[in-house]
Design a binder for this molecule. Structure first.
Ligand code: CP
Ligand code: NVA
Length: 306
């Protein structure tokens, strides 16, 4: 694994599988890892709000014997008071790792360039790698092996879509991305995922016609408006409503499971009844954020004991 976790796109399939296996081991035997971060301190910088990421990192780091300092920059640019470069240089004097949720991916690149400690992407405009690892951990627990399974992502092509594409391609998951015209995932990232997929036999298909979506193992959706997107909901609701993940779509695709990274907007991108149904993997995904992130932390800066 590289020294920072910004995207996973430079990981190999073997590295990705090893990290997933580590997450499973940490989830199954947490006491084996209780000193993995003993004496280590991490700083978490958040330019945007968070429930799951903030709490799961904080509690997860405690479970590994480490300590997290939350730096409250919510709704502010990190570099409002000083340059991002100077923040990276200063924080590196005291902490062993930096977790950052930022608006621009370039902010993470600047942090990583100047910090002498690992930088972990806790969501940016282009990627949400910690989420994708947790999601494939959930799928692994359901299907035992995700290779050869098919995940359909339905909705807005965004940071979550991009990380699912990259991590899924590394793990050999077939993916169908269904987005309304004008809301597709980033073409460069789709191409990168397709290149990765050549190593694992995964296929990546893009559609704009939701009626063309056939049988899949899992349907995944996310908010139609990501944090920082000021588009009024009313102007896009008409476009996105046909892409709502609901019981009819589950039936159309003979799908047993539904996923969402949350926060979810009930009866917009997903029906409330589906969230609360036995098909829902949402709380497993949320729970797995901590185990997936702990695997990342142990890999990047753990006092490895195994
Ligand atoms: N899924 C996720 O990242 O949730 P938060 O925005 O609450 O951290
Ligand atoms: N795409 C969403 C994910 C939230 C976890 C956003 O960026 O707001």
């Amino acid at each position: 694994m590289q020294d920072n976790l910004l995207t996973f796109k430079d990981s190999s399939p073997a590295q990705m599988q090893a990290l997933l296996n580590l997450a499973l081991m940490i989830k199954r035997s947490p006491s084996d890892y209780r000193d993995a971060l003993k004496g280590k301190s991490l700083v978490a910088l958040f330019e945007k709000p968070s429930l799951r990421t903030r709490v799961s990192f904080d509690i997860g780091i405690q479970k590994l014997g480490g300590h997290m300092v939350y730096l409250d920059s919510q709704s502010n640019q990190l570099a409002g008071r000083e340059d991002t470069k100077d923040m990276a240089l200063n924080l590196s004097c005291w902490c062993d790792g930096i977790i950052a949720r930022v608006y621009q991916h370039s902010t993470l690149e600047t942090l990583a360039q100047h910090a002498s400690v690992p930088v972990i992407n806790a969501l940016c405009d282009l990627y949400h790698p910690c989420q994708a690892l947790a999601d494939y951990l959930a799928m692994t627990e359901i299907f035992h092996d995700v290779k050869g399974r098919t995940l359909a992502y339905v909705g807005d092509g965004n940071n979550v879509t991009h990380s699912l594409l990259i991590v899924g391609a590394l793990l050999g998951v077939h993916q169908v991305v269904v987005t309304p015209v004008g809301h597709a995932a980033d073409a460069t990232i789709i191409e990168q995922a397709r290149i990765i997929a050549q190593q694992t036999g995964a296929t990546i298909t893009t559609l704009t016609d939701i009626k063309a979506l056939g049988s899949v193992d899992v349907i995944y959706t996310d908010t139609w408006l990501s944090m920082g997107d000021k588009t009024p909901l009313e102007t896009i609701k008409e476009t996105f409503m046909p892409f709502q993940v609901n019981e009819a779509l589950m039936q159309q695709c003979s799908t047993e499971y539904v996923m969402h990274c949350q926060p979810a907007h009930r009866d917009l991108e997903i029906t409330s009844s589906l969230i609360d149904s036995p098909a829902s993997l949402l709380m497993l995904q949320a729970e797995n954020r901590m185990h997936a992130q702990n695997a990342i932390l142990v890999s990047l800066l753990g006092n490895l004991i195994n």
